[in-house]
Design a protein around this ligand. Structure first.
Ligand SMILES: [Zn+2]
Length: 346
């Protein structure tokens, strides 16, 4: 078992000025997973929907390789964005999806950092070998608390409430079979069916109390578990997980477990793997941006390393697909990676 590591805090503003995605942090990236603080969080330090869109447009203006597409609208009429880098249609393609659950925002912050890094010029070799699609903030109404149900009981400060479900109080990640919600339909009609996608990572937050081998996790991962998944697709998912595990594990400040998830194909990890033959991976990071349960929410001192964990995950997988090394990724670690468990409350 690794010893818990502690780091000094790093502000969001400082994080966005750091260099390449995969370099070891030159300075601290927030509290490591050994930190168990549940102090009040302030949602005003997270980007609003408008700020997410503004950042996408800023990067679009700066980056010739980047193209933005509106794939549909949310229940409340917010445009849903796809950021795409398609250098060569014959290259393999990966999709990164964030914030199906509106109260899980650090994955979106990380995805925006990743997009910014792709524009630095150091990523040209990567973009020559892989097409990258990013759907950030699929549930903007939930992310902004612009919903048709009560917000009583949510605990975050900052003038903004973030909810898991969309404005209709539907869990989008249980809608991948029927596709009844406009956000889910937009994803399937204008991304899943419109592009030839090989890999997908679906990024979430899971709360703060999970541990593996007695130590709190910084996140947990899982491949499709429905019995209907094609074995070759499943193997691709396990290789994708191997790249993520190796990259994040080598940072020294992570601790990953195997997520415990269901077999239902209403969940994207399962349904998208079966319907489109895409190798999917679920990444459930620690923490949550808002919740009605205090135990789920992790204080903002952890934001730095969780955003960094997202950037490392996206950068490493794009690189491994671009250079072909994902084909030989060692999946044997799955055989010994223990399932996470919930730390008993005191
Ligand atoms: Zn989630």
């Amino acid at each position: 078992m690794k010893a818990p590591r502690k780091f000094a805090a790093l502000s969001l503003a400082a994080l966005v000025t750091t260099g390449t995605a995969v370099a070891a942090p030159a300075f601290a990236v927030g509290e490591g997973p050994g930190y168990g603080g549940n102090e009040t969080i302030n949602t005003s330090i997270l980007r609003s929907y408008d700020e997410v869109v503004a950042e996408l447009k800023t990067q679009d203006a700066r980056q010739p390789a980047l193209e933005l597409e509106v794939i549909g609208q949310s229940v409340k009429g917010r445009d849903l964005y796809l950021a795409k880098y398609i250098t060569n249609p014959d290259n393999p393609t990966i999709l990164y999806l964030t914030q199906q659950h509106g109260n899980e925002q650090l994955t979106t912050e990380g995805a925006l950092e990743f997009i910014k890094h792709l524009g630095t010029g150091k990523s040209q070799g990567v973009l020559d070998g892989v097409n990258i699609l990013v759907v950030p903030m699929l549930n903007p109404d939930g992310a902004m608390g612009d919903v048709d149900f009560s917000l009583d009981g949510y605990i975050a400060d900052g003038g903004r409430t973030l909810t898991r479900t969309n404005a209709n109080n539907v869990d989008l990640n249980r809608d991948h079979v029927n596709k009844l919600e406009p956000e889910t339909r937009a994803l399937h009609d204008n991304v899943m069916r419109a592009y030839d996608i090989d890999y997908m990572i679906d990024l979430h937050h899971q709360g703060a109390q999970s541990e593996r081998d007695g130590e709190l996790v910084s996140g947990s991962i899982l491949y499709p578990t429905t019995p209907n998944v094609d074995p070759a697709v499943l193997e691709g998912s396990k290789r994708l997980g191997s790249v993520v595990f190796d990259a994040v594990d080598s940072t020294g400040w992570d601790h990953l477990g195997r997520y415990v998830g269901g077999n239902a194909e209403t969940i994207s990890r399962n349904g998208i793997a079966v319907e489109y033959g895409i190798s999917t991976l679920l990444f459930e990071m620690r923490g949550m941006s808002d919740n009605t349960r205090e135990s789920a929410v992790l204080g903002q001192k952890s934001n730095g390393y969780l955003i960094r964990q997202t950037v490392v995950t996206l950068s490493a997988t794009a690189q491994a697909i671009a250079d072909g090394s994902i084909a030989t990724a060692d999946t044997s670690f799955w055989g010994t990676l223990a399932e996470q468990t919930t730390r008993p409350s005191e």
